[in-house]
Design a protein. Structure first.
Ligand SMILES: *[C@@H]1O[C@H](CO)[C@@H](O)[C@H](O)[C@H]1NC(C)=O
Ligand SMILES: *[C@@H]1O[C@H](CO)[C@@H](O)[C@H](O)[C@H]1NC(C)=O
Ligand SMILES: *[C@@H]1O[C@H](CO)[C@@H](O)[C@H](O)[C@H]1NC(C)=O
Ligand SMILES: *[C@@H]1O[C@H](CO)[C@@H](O)[C@H](O)[C@H]1NC(C)=O
Length: 930
């Protein structure tokens, strides 16, 4: 009876525990699905269907990714990588209410379903031509008009080319309901450029009118300050002189030029001018910014009678501001946006229609798109802005709705950082690991006593809230104590530094500007130590950032240029050693004790090894045979602990692993041959060579080495054997000897030298196996755990399916029996029969159903719990997760109910209390009866 009660309760507890894994998908992992920084001229709100009022945000980003974003929450509705089809600067247009957006990139023009992102049609023009302007007409459906270099206006859904103005620089097309205007720049005889306008009949495509405007005094360079309106109620060309002193306007179709003076406010020069038009009202707004001031001029026009006049000017604002416009209810609305406020105006009157205070916003605004809704007497407005960090944010009525960290799409280097004393605890645990049992125990008791002293009182204070929160799901903060709450410090190509919190779904904690200059910042390496992240830049400068607050603590000036940075681990902290392009360490005066080796690769493909005790001359050099080019060299990860030095076989004998800490794996290609060299880092001797023929070296080749094994993948076509062509993954394991229980030549030698050895360097016994895999692997990495007991996973990025898989190591065991079933001893070892084709099990996909685009680096970091490791992948998208390759054996899952456990214990106690006397009475009665 007692037993039954117990097993019943236990059963319910056990069932719960099994549900842990499925439950944590999308909880412990995070994904920033990015587009790249949106460009001003290819970003807009658009309604995909005229029946529903809801609009989406569309953008063709700097990275040529076209995507739709839901303005409510900032999530991606769909995205497409346009570089897969064409390259070049992009254009993007849409016609209101039509379910299509049309993109032009290079010589391709494509239409995409606006609501689902499906490709509707695509047209490729001559490859060496590129589309310079693209316009759509509403009256002809989503008909397309494009100007193509050289000198061709393309028409309609059945493209027809109309040759115009041969010697001119094509600039823009503009469309009205009756005509198409082709605007080009014609070099004037003496200097400057004239504007040439060709008018074509929209139906027939015939030239009906042609004129040139004398703009050569203003337009001195072909990089002009011209604006051509399109699909606007007032179709015009506006241009300014180089100093922004005068504005000239020509209404398309007439030859007359209207001249306006740009007002000179306090002698400051105008820095930028933006012109907003409307498709339904013949008004336009010219927006000026100087270094410290901004204002706008509103113009009204009438095309029929050919007049343009300045209606009014907005009061000058004593700060820079950005502008955005929107046409709604037959009104041209425009917003003046500063860091703290947004003011709404219309083109009909000077008064402010509404003002909103902006909260929770940071950064200098670069450009924005606006949407205005009239609500009774008031207005509601939202705008999506790109600020100087490159991030994209939506602000609705002054409140920040969402922020997309698009700057992360430029991430080039990342490093893990411990916070909240995690580093100190890891250090203490490390210390205990290296002591004998007794002193480790004493140390531990002391540590706990101190922790109790420090933490008991705050813990007791927090207890009531904690007890309450344990009823609900645990939050991220609780996880930090296991080392799960690490931060990732990321540096981007454009000079930003960000910190992401891996315990809070990869939330961006801060994003600071570290350097000027778009796309040129050569951040090379990051080291994070004691709450300070140091970013090493290729020009020799460094930036130090406080990891908690994101404050820049220190910047050092550029010194000597270098090409990469190596870190040599030392007792205190890793020592940075800059490496020149020719592979030589720059600070050759550096002396690091302890016989450490540094292996470098020079630009001309030579491998060199340096003893850190003297960095003046290389200890050895490795030059691959003629024609071969080294494409990749890699070593074991810095943190690569080995839990067991041997592999126990089914018959209890042991195969000893070949464990050389100084080992390098070098891949070299020549023609269609891939050669892998396994080198000893101290002596430079080749330990093992593997050669693969029929390799397509234009396809990705990835390789990784860890513990006593290495893996690589490539596209191979081995026609002389029965193997089919395709992607392959090869795994090789290194053992001391092919014979179990044998330690090879060195036997029980206590010490030996790789360099000065009479018996020569023992070579490993290598067992290899190849698998066919379904698709290319572009990068590989290995999971790292604290002590290396947990099964390792081979992490691979799959560029074709935008995924990351973690292949458990035992699946790849090269000792899997070939062409026969495993014997019972092999089954005991966990070996399954070898199958040449290795399909990727759906459970191996770390990203689940999400698409992770453009990943080119995966970093793994151990936590304080042996079972778990943190993963961070970046390159374009950012993805992170926590893995437990051998199940979370030392961790209670999120679904574990402490309350239920307590209730079980209470129920058991009650059961015992009630049943105990009953049973005793029954036994006494039985004895009396007997
Ligand atoms: C503006 O006026 C100042 C004098 O007040 C003059 O020095 C300056 O050149 C003018 N700037 C422009 C852009 O006209
Ligand atoms: C970093 O910033 C935090 C919070 O502002 C501060 O408490 C800490 O002392 C700073 N650390 C360093 C190394 O400057
Ligand atoms: C091994 O190390 C010991 C102590 O360092 C040394 O005396 C001995 O000669 C070494 N043995 C060999 C084979 O080098
Ligand atoms: C887009 O496609 C191109 C060409 O296939 C590729 O090089 C690039 O990495 C892709 N971009 C992303 C973000 O995946």
């Amino acid at each position: 009876m007692r037993l039954q009660v117990a097993s019943l309760f236990l059963a319910s507890v056990v069932r719960l525990a099994c549900a842990v894994i499925a439950d944590e998908a999308y909880q412990i992992d995070y994904h920033h699905a990015l587009l790249g920084t949106p460009q001003a001229h290819t970003t807009f709100f658009h309604r995909p269907s005229s029946s529903s009022g809801a609009s989406l945000l569309y953008s063709l980003s700097e990275k040529s990714i076209l995507g739709a974003v839901n303005p409510k929450d900032g999530s991606i509705v769909w995205r497409q990588n346009l570089t897969e089809y064409s390259a070049g600067a992009g254009l993007l247009r849409a016609v209101d209410g039509e379910d299509a957006v049309i993109s032009a990139l290079g010589s391709d023009v494509s239409a995409w379903g606006a609501s689902d992102g499906k490709l509707l049609w695509t047209k490729r023009f001559n490859d060496d031509a590129s589309v310079t302007s693209l316009e759509l007409t509403k009256s002809h459906g989503a008909d397309l008009q494009a100007v193509r270099d050289p000198h061709c206006v393309i028409w309609g859904s059945n493209p027809r080319c109309e040759k115009v103005g041969r010697d001119n620089l094509p600039f823009r097309v503009s469309i009205t309901s009756t005509a198409v205007y082709y605007v080009s720049l014609q070099p004037a005889s003496r200097k400057g450029y004239k504007i040439s306008v060709v008018e074509l009949d929209i139906q027939l495509g015939r030239v009906t009118n042609q004129y040139t405007l004398h703009s050569e005094n203003e337009l001195a360079s072909p990089n002009p300050t011209i604006f051509v309106s399109s699909n606007a109620a007032s179709s015009f060309i506006a241009w300014l002189d180089q100093e922004f002193k005068i504005l000239k306007v020509n209404l398309l179709g007439s030859k007359s030029i209207h001249t306006f003076d740009v007002e000179n406010h306090s002698g400051e020069t105008v820095q930028d001018v933006k012109i907003h038009t409307s498709h339904s009202v013949p008004h336009f707004v010219v927006y000026y910014n100087t270094a410290t001031k901004s204002w706008a001029d509103v113009f009204h026009s009438n095309v029929k009678s050919g007049w343009v006049s300045k209606a009014f000017q907005l009061p000058v604002l004593d700060s820079k501001s950005a502008s955005a416009s929107n046409t709604a209810n037959n009104q041209l609305y425009f917003a003046r946006i500063t860091r703290s406020t947004v003011d709404l105006f219309s083109s009909t009157a000077e008064n402010i229609l509404g003002t909103w205070k902006i909260k929770g916003n940071s950064g200098e605004l670069e450009h924005a798109v606006l949407e205005v809704v009239a609500r009774g007497s008031g207005f509601a407005l939202r705008f999506a802005q790109v600020d100087d960090s490159g991030d994209w944010a939506l602000i609705r009525n002054g409140e920040l709705e969402w922020r997309r960290p698009e700057s992360l799409s430029d991430a080039i280097v990342a490093a893990w950082a411990e916070v909240n004393g995690g580093e100190a605890l890891a250090h203490e645990l490390e210390f205990e690991g290296h002591q004998d049992a007794l002193s480790a125990y004493i140390h531990r008791v002391k540590r706990h006593a101190k922790a109790l002293q420090d933490n008991l009182f705050p813990w007791l204070q927090e207890l009531p809230t904690k007890a309450l929160s344990s009823f609900s799901a645990s939050d991220g903060t609780e996880l930090t104590q296991f080392g799960f709450g690490k931060l990732v410090v990321v540096a981007t190509r454009k000079g930003r530094i960000l910190a992401l919190d891996s315990a809070r779904q990869g939330a961006v904690l801060w994003n600071v500007k570290a350097a000027e200059g778009a796309g040129t910042w050569g951040a090379n390496a990051i080291s994070a130590h004691q709450n300070v992240a140091t970013i090493f830049v290729k020009d020799g400068s460094t930036v130090k950032v406080n990891i908690t607050s994101g404050d820049i603590i220190e910047r050092s000036q550029p010194t000597e240029k270098y090409s990469s940075m190596a870190f040599i681990s030392d007792a205190a902290s890793p020592i940075p050693v800059p490496i020149d392009a020719d592979g030589t360490p720059l600070n050759s005066h550096l002396r690091i004790e302890g016989d450490k080796f540094l292996v470098t690769l020079s630009k001309d493909g030579k491998l060199m090894s340096w003893n850190t005790a003297s960095l003046e001359a290389p200890a050895w050099e490795f030059v691959p045979p003629k024609n071969q080019k080294i494409i990749h060299a890699t070593a074991r990860p810095t943190h690569d602990p080995v839990a067991s030095i041997g592999k126990v076989l089914g018959d209890r004998s042991v195969l000893y692993k070949y464990l050389n800490p100084n080992i390098a794996l070098v891949s070299a290609v020549a023609g269609s041959t891939l050669t892998l060299y396994l080198l000893d880092g101290t002596s430079g001797r080749i330990l093992h060579t593997a050669t693969q023929g029929g390799v397509d070296i234009t396809q990705p080749i990835a390789s990784v080495i860890s513990e006593n094994w290495f893996a690589y993948s490539f596209w191979g076509d081995v026609t002389d054997t029965s193997d089919a062509k395709g992607y392959r993954l090869v795994i090789s394991e290194l053992y001391e000897s092919p014979i179990p229980n044998d330690r090879g030549l060195l036997g029980n030698a206590a010490n030996y030298s790789n360099i000065h050895s009479s018996i020569g360097l023992p070579r490993p016994h290598v067992i290899s196996q190849a698998y066919m895999i379904p698709e290319a692997i572009s990068n590989m990495a290995v999971t790292e755990t604290r002590q290396g007991i947990t099964i390792r996973q081979l992490l691979c990025t799959l560029p074709d399916s935008n995924a990351i898989v973690g292949i458990p190591r035992f699946v790849l065991d090269p000792r899997r029996p070939v062409n026969r079933d495993p014997t019972s001893q092999e089954v005991e070892e966990g070996l399954a029969r070898y199958t040449p084709f290795l399909g990727f099990d759906p459970q191996w996909y770390l990203n689940h159903a999400r698409e992770v685009m453009g990943i080119n680096r995966i970093e793994s970091s151990p936590t304080l719990l042996e079972s778990s490791t943190l993963i961070f992948a970046y390159g374009f998208d950012v993805f992170g997760t926590r893995l437990a390759p051998s199940q979370p054996f030392d961790l209670l899952g999120k679904g574990f109910s402490r309350i239920q456990l307590l209730l079980t214990v209470v129920a058991l106690a009650v059961g015992v209390a009630i049943l105990g006397p009953m049973v005793r009475r029954k036994q006494v009665n039985l004895q009396w009866k007997a």
